[in-house]
Design a protein around this ligand. Sequence first.
Ligand SMILES: [Zn+2]
Length: 288
Amino acid sequence: MRLLVLVSVLLGSLYALDVRLTSTQIANGKSALLLLSPKDGKEYTKVKIASQSFPLLVHPEDEKSFFTLLPMSYYEKPSHKKLQLFYEKDGLQHSQEIALDVVQGEYKKEVLEVESSKVTLSDADKKRTAKEYAEAMKIYKTITPKSYIKEAFKAPLDSFITSEFGKARVYNGLLKGYHSGTDFRAEVGVPIIASNDGVVVLAQERFYAGGSIVIDHGYGIYTTYYHLSKFLVQKGDVVKKSQVIALSGKSGRVTGPHLHFGVRVFGVQVDPLQFITLINQNLFKGIQ
Ligand SMILES: [Zn+2]
């Protein structure tokens, strides 16, 4: 406890309290938030980890403050990193560093039985999944330079969670990656809502995800809704938080009906519920 107080006092004096990182440890698959409230004539210009730049985004409740998101890939290995902040003050360039550790998240294994044609793919299905993957990645890597979000995020469905993000998945005895979102229990036909304001950038049937909707919330943040049975919006539609966008279903690679909900940030797939909590607790003091 005493050490913690000492560390925070030191950090506070080093960064003059205008920089706040929600955590200096990030597990693979999770996100952190960096908040910048420029003081004393400072102007932040860049945030980097090694050669990767992170965009400076305008704080939704304070236009003089900025934030950026630090999404860690599930495949990121434990390591020590340095977060570099560049700023200008009195016409001079400065930089400061914050140590950041990537740690191993605690994820379990899950064994599933699905249709064998969804595990060992035909040549035609291989072609189809490669095309669908490329189309989706093109969307996720696009950073819309404005934000549609005015309020906190909401879960897309009020239900039990049947499978968390990050479980290593064994399909029909074969290890096939990890669970890339959060599954909610839902029979076929349950209304699914948009987690926040945004624009529908994908609404189509896909091989693994079945009936899929992707919403662009701006600033490189996307939410995804899979295995749907019916679309109530189409590509290009502007949607509001809590608007019903679809009905749940059991399309694609599933063991039964449910909703799969995912979040992509700057192209990286992250734990959706941890992301929502992080954003809601740190960016929105007002309306939840
Ligand atoms: Zn899922």
